[in-house]
Write a protein that binds this ligand. Structure first.
Ligand SMILES: *[C@@H]1O[C@H](CO)[C@@H](O)[C@H](O)[C@H]1NC(C)=O
Ligand SMILES: *[C@@H]1O[C@H](CO)[C@@H](O)[C@H](O)[C@H]1NC(C)=O
Ligand SMILES: *[C@@H]1O[C@H](CO)[C@@H](O)[C@H](O)[C@H]1NC(C)=O
Ligand SMILES: *[C@@H]1O[C@H](CO)[C@@H](O)[C@H](O)[C@H]1NC(C)=O
Ligand SMILES: *[C@@H]1O[C@H](CO)[C@@H](O)[C@H](O)[C@H]1NC(C)=O
Ligand SMILES: *[C@@H]1O[C@H](CO)[C@@H](O)[C@H](O)[C@H]1NC(C)=O
Ligand SMILES: [Zn+2]
Ligand SMILES: [Zn+2]
Length: 303
């Protein structure tokens, strides 16, 4: 984590102290691919009342993440004139985002907020209904999908699609093992994907499920709620099988997406596996919050 953050902060300070173009570097391109959230760089410090090109994209993005219902904001006739206006509902949504990510709750699209939004993350939204309040309970910060869907059986078959590299399989199997060590779930391998409950695949671009890769909606990967069982990773990301610095750790991503497959939503706890964003090279294990979440969902004893 620190490996990535320190040189980056340095760069930021460097530009701040010399030329005032620091905002142009918040959402950086990676592998020479411009960030799909690059429009945020032009929105530094926008706030309520502003009418600036790009605010519409910010509204769409916060809608994908479940913080805003952009379509409900105005009627179609009014949309053109109001689409780029930073209005009350956008401010409310932005404050909620800032609260989820432990940022200063300013309602202003400040540089820390832009930087957080540009960080690589899971494609699943943080909220499934923008009306839902934050999951701030006293100790645990885990969430579930709407209606608390869960698996009825505890023995589940998993399979790898043809496009899963051999090197990706052991870390994903380690992730399954780690989940089964804290739950009654048992996972067994089957070759035939259509016989499996849990299906791992690597996809690229728009692959027909509403979570396109190469677009903020897909994220680095995503996993669907029970009883769907699909786990998708972006084939065009650098993945690491054993802690490479510049790549995303496969086991960490597997643990996260399997959390969704078992029924967990996102957590506000930074150390939890179900926290939405991740740094290249970062390796995580299940956290007490993840374990409390799965135990609460399946009503298991011994929290
Ligand atoms: C918003 O409305 C447009 C058309 O009015 C529709 O195509 C789109 O799917 C809607 N999006 C959401 C998130 O409801
Ligand atoms: C916002 O700006 C756009 C383009 O500059 C303009 O067409 C629109 O009328 C403005 N909206 C309001 C409410 O001022
Ligand atoms: C929050 O605001 C304080 C005081 O202005 C500042 O020192 C701190 O860096 C801010 N934190 C973030 C995450 O922006
Ligand atoms: C959210 O709340 C508003 C106002 O109470 C309501 O009109 C809307 O239907 C709610 N949306 C959902 C998805 O529950
Ligand atoms: C895979 O399983 C499906 C469903 O049980 C079956 O119809 C299909 O023939 C199997 N394919 C192979 C190659 O065994
Ligand atoms: C992917 O790996 C290449 C070569 O190791 C490296 O140059 C690049 O920065 C990495 N990309 C990301 C997004 O980490
Ligand atoms: Zn997720
Ligand atoms: Zn997908």
């Amino acid at each position: 984590m620190t490996i990535q953050v320190f040189p980056y902060l340095f760069l930021l300070f460097y530009f701040h102290s010399h030329i005032d173009i620091a905002h142009a570097h918040l959402c950086e391109s990676r592998n020479n691919v411009p960030s799909p959230l690059g429009f945020l760089n032009q929105l530094s410090q926008v706030q309520k009342g502003d009418n600036v090109t790009g605010v519409r994209e910010l509204k769409k993005h916060l809608s994908y993440l479940g913080y805003l219902n952009y379509n409900n904001t105005y009627s179609n006739d009014q949309k053109k004139e109001h689409e780029n206006i930073f209005d009350d509902s956008l401010e409310t949504a932005l404050k909620k985002y800032q609260k989820f990510y432990h940022l200063n709750i300013t309602g202003v699209l400040d540089d820390s907020t832009i930087t957080k939004m540009c960080q690589p993350r899971c494609g699943m939204p943080d909220f499934f209904n923008p009306n839902n309040s934050l999951p701030f309970r006293t100790i645990s910060h885990y969430t579930f999908f709407p209606g608390n869907p869960k698996w009825q059986k505890k023995t589940l078959a998993y399979a790898f699609d043809w496009n899963v590299k051999e090197e990706a399989k052991p870390p994903l199997e380690h992730a399954l093992k780690e989940w089964s060590s804290v739950t009654p779930f048992k996972f067994y391998y089957v070759k035939n994907v259509s016989r499996a409950e849990i299906k791992f695949s690597f996809m690229s671009g728009d692959h027909g499920d509403g979570y396109p890769f190469g677009d903020p909606r897909g994220g680095l990967g995503h996993g669907f709620a029970p009883p769907d069982g699909r786990v998708h990773f972006d084939v065009n990301q650098n993945w690491s099988w054993a802690g490479k610095r510049n790549a995303f750790d496969m086991k960490t991503a597997g643990l996260h997406e399997l959390g969704h497959v078992l029924g967990l939503g996102h957590s506000t706890i930074v150390e939890a596996i179900m926290y939405p964003s991740v740094h290249p090279g970062e390796r995580k294990k299940l956290h007490k919050d993840d374990i409390n979440g799965i135990k609460a969902l399946y009503k298991l004893r011994g929290k």
